[in-house]
Ligand binder design. Sequence first.
Ligand code: AKG
Length: 340
Amino acid sequence: MTSQGLRYALDETGDLRSAFRRDGYLILKNAISTELLDRIRWEIEETFVAPAEDARPELPGINVKTGRFQDAWRLCPSVAALAGESGVTRVLEDLFGRTPHPFQTLTFSTATQQKSHSDHIHFSSRPLGFMCGVWVALQDVTEENGPLFYYPGSHNLPYLGYADLGIEVESDETEPVSYGVYENRIDMYVRSHGCHRETFTASKGDVLIWAANLVHGGSPVSGVTDVRWSQVTHYYFDDCLHYTPRLSDEIAGDFYVRRPVDICTGVPIRGVEKTVTSESTTVPTQDINDAENSLLVAEVVQLTSEVERLKRELAAMRNTKTFRYTKQLRRIYRRVRPAR
Ligand SMILES: O=C(O)CCC(=O)C(=O)O
């Protein structure tokens, strides 16, 4: 990142972390070199768009017609270079206190016009919040060509999944329908909690970092063209359970676990395995309690027998001639002792 971009973020917000915590997003102006941004567009065009349809490389997630190029980093090194851009990753490390790992890229040549959602529904973590998206403008974006929108502060509302919004998923086939219902309900939800939509009319090279639970999307196109080059990179952090709430039944403890890999290093992101079931969590606890209980019971038994032994000793002592004799003496002494 140019020092200009980082200075903007610091000047505008004072403290990066508190601004990110308050708003759920952070803007870094003019943070990426034009050379890298242009190279991404050129590589995508050359690799996927220019070749005849039957000569195009077959990669899942690449859709030339809709202008959506998922994980183009597999064939375009510049896409990976942006995902690992050190100026951005340094800011992420500062915000989260852990090393960020890019695990997915979405490069777009057109406005996405996606409805409201938070990334939490697609990519989440336990502990919650250790995931973020980084959006980069590969060209200037205006009010007309479908700017990114977001609801500042919405990330501070509860993390909601389908079940929390009263959406039932019956099967894989009905899931896309449920997702449409989710988009409408999450939008209604954040607005009913006082959040207001803002749009990001970005200049080429501007970066917006969003928190996992920030509700955002793409505005409709209102001008003559839907051309709008941008790239989103999704990041995870080490030592979390990485999972997909959309495909999980969290209430039943059934997590759809992901095994993400760092795009830049090829190394799996260190995850926490979800191997603990309800049985195995209760059994050791019971074992510990049982062991503690046995020790306590043994102690009580020992103390009770000690008390019994002392009682017997006392009774025996009371029966001795010495005790009876000294008892008389103690009585006399109490009567004649001098007053204090
Ligand atoms: O770029 C956009 O218009 C929206 C992107 C978005 O919502 C996403 O990638 O999650």
